[in-house]
Write a protein that binds this ligand. Structure first.
Ligand code: D5M
Ligand code: FE
Ligand code: ZN
Length: 529
């Protein structure tokens, strides 16, 4: 079983809301039919379990012949491909199809520099030229009580706001009104994807839901729109147009529309040459935290070469945290969470004091795991106060000299990568997974049994405005490219490969700092490892 298969199994597990014990993954990959074994485990694992443990796997393997003789042809058995360590998405062609079948990236200039750290220079930035505004920070605004009504209002808000981007594009009717229309009528609906099923004859049935009810839409296997079905996620908002069947019980899809980013979107740029470092996943407190690389980065920031870097954005996982994944404690260098933040603060102090820092939390940080995640509490803010960073929620938007940057840690990327076909989203091209979030105008569309979503009155995860830059982390892979002129950039990490990542063949891009020119939105990658 190639190691690639283990990574696939892990992303499949994560997409269903489970973390995994390393040994559990090893057992699963060793089964003769790992996919069948996985399905069996998922059926048998208790509803409230968050972690798939080795005993779950053993129990499932004992009660099944999932170890049987046929090997599935799922992607899990594909051979591993050689992977470039940095993916910059410069190779795709521009697609002018107005139906928007696939994300498009345009070529941005980029280069990778090996930073050796020339002599330290005086930084001469003029803070008076700067501007930094935060929007969408929900810290202190949480209204959720976890009650059923909160789920109703968060989805209603999502449908209202994302539906608003679609309603002018189709002649839509509520689900209940469509049910009453005569057979053969043309109909259109804006709704949340409630269910996606394949039919016995290979067509696709997509159930859309709006405030009045649900209606089933059939995508025929020979229609052009069938190519879009494999990128749909449950709970995303879209519009469908089609023809009602004779009995009006179903409609045949003729077109599909996504909230999307307009193809003609023109991002704002800064009026002067100024740069921002977009990083994430520092993981201080882990034995794998790459202190030398971090120090080299901090030293470089003091050099002439970095004199235009006036902003630093940190997209989560400042520290390694405690108890985030099974067996994580075996790889901790600092076991106390507060001491981890104290150490992180010391590392942050090495960054030139005049650089403006904005940070959001990630899944390893000491805030609630469910998204949106509020910014750190007072005690942690106090620990990190030396550099006076702006600490805001995950997600939040920061506008730097007119350039809006949507910062989101990126946990949903695991899900997008697991659900979509390899060529549309993969760990090697994390920015392509981000394109799908832009197209859906939502940072974490899918709400599954275990998806960590904190229902609020408002859906803070909706991308109301198109950002000029979309910045995520989490998957520990560096990749960037443009989608309808929006720069999508997933920063790498400052943590070398952990034992778990090794066991599932995740090869992180560690010790890179992507630097964005805010006047051109060009990216340069500096390497420090
Ligand atoms: O996760 C970094 C990446 O590694 C992200 O793609 C999830 C994956 N990962 C790491 N450890 C686990 C376990 N134990 N189960 C499932 N997935 C895992 P980060 O959370 O940023 O460290
Ligand atoms: Fe991380
Ligand atoms: Zn993370």
């Amino acid at each position: 079983m190639p190691l690639e298969a283990a990574a696939r199994l892990v992303s499949e597990l994560t997409s269903r809301g489970y973390n995994a014990e390393r040994e559990a993954v090893t057992r699963l990959t060793a089964a003769e039919n790992p996919n069948a074994a996985l399905e069996r485990v998922l059926e048998e694992v208790p509803d409230d379990a968050l972690v798939v443990r080795v005993d779950h796997v053993e129990a499932a393997l004992a009660t099944t012949d999932a170890g049987g003789t046929t090997r599935s042809d799922s992607p899990a058995s594909e051979p591993a491909e050689p992977t470039p360590s940095v993916s910059t998405g410069t190779s795709e062609t521009v697609d002018s199809d107005p139906t928007d079948q696939s994300p498009v990236e345009t070529e941005g200039s980029s280069s990778i520099g090996r930073s050796t750290g020339p002599a330290t220079a005086e930084r001469s930035a003029d803070p008076a030229l700067r501007s930094l505004e935060i929007t969408g920070d929900m810290t202190g605004e949480s209204t959720g009580t976890g009650e059923y009504e909160d789920f109703v209002s968060v989805f209603r808000d999502r449908l209202d706001r994302l539906g608003g981007k679609l309603r002018s594009r189709v002649n839509h009717r509520p689900a209940t009104a469509i049910q009453e229309m005569p057979g053969g009528s043309e109909a259109a609906m804006v709704g949340l994807v409630n269910d996606i099923r394949s039919t016995a004859s290979g067509h696709w049935l997509i159930e859309l839901e709006d405030a009045t009810g649900t209606f089933p839409w059939l995508v025929m296997k020979d229609r052009e729109y069938v190519d879009l079905v494999d990128e749909l996620l449950c709970d995303e908002v879209l519009a469908m147009e089609g023809t009602l069947a004779d009995d009006s019980g179903i409609a045949f899809v003729d077109s599909m529309y996504f909230p999307d980013v307009p193809r003609t979107y023109e991002p704002s740029t800064a009026d002067r040459h100024v740069q921002a470092a977009l990083i994430s996943d520092v993981h201080v407190g882990s034995q794998e935290f790459m202190e030398d690389a971090w120090n080299a980065f901090a030293d470089w920031l003091h050099t002439d070469q970095a004199q235009h870097v006036e902003y630093m954005l940190l997209a989560g996982d400042m520290v390694e945290g405690v108890g985030v994944y099974p067996d994580q404690d075996e790889e901790l260098d600092i076991v106390d969470i507060y001491e981890q933040y104290e150490a992180f603060s010391e590392h942050l102090k090495k960054v030139p004091g005049d650089i403006e820092i904005v940070m959001i939390p990630g899944n390893h940080d000491a805030v609630r795991l469910a998204e949106p995640q509020p910014g750190f509490d007072e005690e942690l803010r106090e620990i990190m106060s030396a550099h006076d960073p702006q600490i805001v929620s995950n997600p939040s938007t920061v506008t730097l000299e007119g350039v809006s940057v949507l910062m989101y840690h990126g946990v949903s990327l695991d899900e997008v990568i697991a659900e979509l076909p390899e060529e549309k989203a993969s760990y090697d091209d994390p920015h392509k997974a981000m394109y799908h979030l832009l197209k859906k105008r939502h940072v974490a569309p899918q709400f599954g049994g275990h998806t960590r979503l904190a229902p609020e009155e408002r859906d803070y995860l909706v991308m109301e405005e198109v950002p000029d830059i979309f910045h995520t982390g989490h998957v520990h892979k560096l990749g960037f490219g443009k989608y309808h002129n929006v720069l999508a950039i997933n920063s790498g990490c400052w943590q070398a490969q952990t034992d778990f990542q090794k066991s599932v063949n995740i090869d992180p891009d560690a010790g890179f700092a992507p630097i964005v020119d805010l006047d051109t939105l060009d990216v340069t990658v500096q390497k420090f490892s």
